[in-house]
Write a protein that binds this ligand. Structure first.
Ligand code: NAD
Length: 260
């Protein structure tokens, strides 16, 4: 379905971004991944992406806190792949702390990675998408783009911000065949969430299963985690021609969390 399209996925060496890269490759898109990690793991992922898509795949180690490195990543994508048709802004981190103790450097880092990086990538790709008359920008937001939880001030602020950025760019790009949407999962069992589960279990002296239920699935009326593959399938759908009229939306995938 996506043969002939190119995609850049930020933060795709792990978790949701990795799952999205694999699914887009399986649909035939040429892929550039980004993020940190072990070189052997990244090489293996590149080989898997190449096998799935039948196209060369690329890796950028650009740090999403650095606008210059972000610009270089998009330049590299343009040079190697002839442009970016699909931009998946996925990189994100978390830090949990009461606001009065929230470290200022963590605040800056979360706003930079989870929000500002999407501004810089979008700014770098949008002219090419408009001129080709086709583009898909998808921002991995979160249920926390719609509701808050205590102790996650920077994360919730960044995710509410990305929901606003999504709507604004969608309006600016609407007449050019470029759609811009957000996808907002509830809890997905990735390394980012596993680290929070471990911390809750340790802090409260409870088992991992109790921490999952009390700390996380309590938010999901369906009492189940969201799966990486299901998030990736939604992204693939948004890239399809059938989704050409869907723009400026924020699609919830949260087991009913934000319906409450
Ligand atoms: P993860 O920790 O598994 O993966 C994060 C990725 O971002 C990794 O590839 C990492 O290398 C990369 N990354 C981190 N800092 C970076 C930086 N400075 N520059 C470039 N890359 C960087 O996390 P995940 O759970 O897959 O989360 C992915 C996205 O999904 C995030 O935006 C997160 O907020 C969002 N999200 C996650 C959940 C969840 O429950 N896991 C729920 C809703 C939204």
């Amino acid at each position: 379905m996506l043969t002939g399209r190119t995609a850049v996925i930020t933060g795709s060496t792990s978790g949701i971004g990795r799952g999205i890269a694999l699914k887009l490759a399986a649909e035939g898109a040429q892929i550039m991944i980004n993020g940190f990690g072990d070189k052997a793991d990244i090489d293996a992922l590149i080989a898997e992406l190449e096998k799935l898509s039948g196209k060369r795949a690329f890796y950028s180690d650009a740090d999403m806190t650095d606008p210059d490195q972000i610009a270089e990543m998009i330049k590299m994508a343009d040079a190697k792949m002839g442009g970016v048709d699909i931009l998946m802004n996925n990189a994100g981190i978390q830090h949990v702390s009461p606001v009065e103790d929230f470290p200022a450097d963590k605040w800056e880092q979360i706003i930079a990675i989870n929000l500002s990086s999407a501004f810089y990538t979008t700014k770098a790709v949008i002219t090419g998408m408009k001129s080709r008359g086709w583009g898909r920008i998808i921002n991995l937001a979160s249920a926390h783009s719609l509701v808050a939880s205590p102790y996650k001030s920077a994360y919730v602020a960044a995710k509410h911000g990305i929901a606003g950025l999504t709507k604004t760019v969608a309006l600016e790009a609407a007449e050019f065949g470029v759609t811009v949407n957000a996808v907002s999962p509830g809890y997905v069992l990735t390394p980012l969430v596993q680290a929070q589960i471990d911390a809750v279990a340790k802090d409260r002296g409870i088992s991992e299963d109790e921490a999952k239920l009390e700390g996380f699935l309590a938010k999901h009326p369906n009492k189940d985690f969201i799966e990486v593959d299901d998030v990736a399938a939604t992204v693939v759908y948004l890239c399809s021609d059938a989704a050409k009229g869907i723009t400026g939306t924020n699609i919830s995938m949260d087991g009913g969390w934000t319906a409450v």
